[in-house]
Design a protein around this ligand. Structure first.
Ligand code: SF4
Length: 345
C-alpha cells in the first residue's frame, strides 16, 4: 500500500499587507503545499495574483524562514528554545511589567507582511490584557487619509470597484495603479476601452502617465493646492451640481471662498502644474463624467500636510462631481477606500 497522501486542493487567500486579498486555490501534496494559483471563481480577483503572491510556496518553506523561537544566551548569540519555554518567559515578563508599571507599559507590534488573522488576534489579545497595539502599517501609512475622508463624509456608502468600469473620466492622482494595483488596473483598462479619458498627476512618469490623455508632473507635497485650484475652476465656471450641493453639502459658501483664493496662476506657482492643464483637468473632470479619482492612502499622505491634502482632494465631492465608493476584497470584507471615488456628474 502506498504511504503517499493524496493530492488535494484547498481554498485560501493571500495574507500579505495588501487590501486585494487575492483568492487562492492551494494544491497540497503529501501534506506540503506545492502550488498556489489564483481562484478564477472569485468575482473581484478573477484568478489573477501578482508576482508577490505566487511565490508563497517558496516563502512558506524557505530555509531561512524563522519557524521556532530563539532566545539570546549569555554570549549574546541566539539559541533555539522550546515553544513552552518561550511562551512562559514572555508571559512572565508581561505579568511583571503589568504588576510594576500597569498594562499600558506593554506594547504589541504586529509589523507588516502579514495582513491576515494574526494582527487581528493580537489586537484582541492586547484588548484583553489592557495594553495597546503599537502603530502598524495601517496607522502609520493609511490612517491619515482615511481620517481626512471620514472628516468630510463620515462612514462610506458601499460601492463596488467593478462599477467603476462605467467611468468616463479617470484621474489617477499620485499612485501607480498600473504596477502596484493589479485589479484596479484591470477595471481602469476596461473603462479606457469603453472610451474613458485618462488624466494622470504624478511626479513620476508611470505607465499610465505614458498612455494618458492629460499627464502632468506635480511638485511633491502640493496636492491640496492643486485640488483647491481644480475646485475653484469647477465652481468659477459653474460646472458643479447645484442640486447635489443644496441637498448634501454643508458650508459650501466657505468652501467656495477658500477655493477662490487658489486661482490657476497661483496654484501653478505652488504646484508647478501649468495653468492651462489645471483648467483642462477641471473641465474634463466636471463635464466628462461619470468620473473616477484613483489615489492611494500612501503617496500624498507621506507629508506633514498629508491628511489635509487627502481631505482636500476628497472635498471635490462637494462639487457634486464624485462620490466615494467601497471596495470589496477577496475575503469578503468591505474596506473603505476613500481613494476610488465615483462621479455622478
Ligand atoms: S495583489 Fe496583493 S493580495 Fe494579490 S497576490 Fe499580490 S500581494 Fe497578494
Amino acid at each position: 500500500m502506498s504511504s503517499q497522501m493524496p493530492v488535494s486542493e484547498a481554498y485560501s487567500a493571500c495574507v500579505l499587507s495588501c487590501p486585494d486579498t487575492c483568492a487562492y486555490v492551494v494544491t497540497v501534496e503529501n501534506g506540503r503545499v506545492v502550488r498556489v494559483r489564483g481562484d478564477p471563481r472569485h468575482p473581484y480577483t478573477l484568478g489573477r495574483c501578482c508576482p508577490k503572491g505566487y511565490p508563497h510556496v517558496l516563502r512558506t518553506y524557505h530555509q531561512h524562514r524563522l519557524r521556532h523561537p530563539l532566545s539570546r544566551n549569555e554570549t549574546g548569540n541566539f539559541v533555539r528554545i522550546a515553544w513552552d519555554e518561550a511562551l512562559d518567559e514572555t508571559a512572565e515578563w508581561m505579568r511583571e511589567a503589568k504588576k510594576r508599571y500597569g498594562p499600558q507599559s506593554v506594547g504589541i507590534y504586529s509589523g507588516s507582511g502579514n495582513d491576515g488573522m494574526p494582527p487581528r488576534l493580537a489586537a484582541r489579545f492586547a484588548n484583553a490584557f489592557g495594553c495597546r497595539m503599537m502603530p502598524g502599517i495601517v496607522e502609520i501609512c493609511f490612517e491619515g487619509p482615511y481620517e481626512g475622508a471620514r472628516s468630510n463624509v463620515g462612514p462610506f456608502p458601499p460601492h463596488e470597484l467593478s462599477d467603476c468600469v462605467d467611468s468616463q473620466c479617470i484621474v489617477i492622482w499620485g499612485t501607480d495603479k498600473f504596477e502596484s494595483s493589479l485589479h484596479t488596473k484591470q477595471v481602469i483598462q476596461q473603462a479606457i476601452d469603453r472610451g474613458a479619458k485618462l488624466i494622470v498627476m504624478d511626479p513620476r512618469r508611470t505607465p499610465h502617465a505614458k498612455m494618458a490623455d492629460t499627464y502632468t508632473t506635480i511638485r511633491p507635497g502640493t496636492d491640496a493646492a492643486l485640488a483647491l485650484g481644480i475646485a475653484n475652476e469647477i465652481i468659477r465656471r459653474d460646472l458643479y451640481d447645484h442640486d447635489f450641493v443644496n441637498k448634501h453639502v454643508l458650508v459650501f459658501e466657505e468652501y467656495r471662498t477658500r477655493a477662490a483664493e487658489y486661482d490657476k496662476e497661483r496654484v501653478s506657482e505652488i504646484t508647478w502644474v501649468e495653468p492651462d492643464t489645471i483648467e483642462k483637468i477641471a473641465v474634463a473632470f466636471a463635464t466628462h463624467g461619470p468620473a473616477l479619482t484613483a489615489t492611494a492612502p500612501a503617496g500624498m499622505n507621506h507629508y506633514t500636510n498629508g491628511t489635509w491634502a487627502a481631505r482636500t482632494v476628497h472635498s471635490l465631492l462637494a462639487d457634486g462631481v464624485e462620490e466615494p465608493c467601497l471596495r470589496q476584497n477577496a475575503s469578503g470584507h468591505s474596506e473603505t477606500s476613500w481613494s476610488e471615488a465615483w462621479a455622478t456628474g
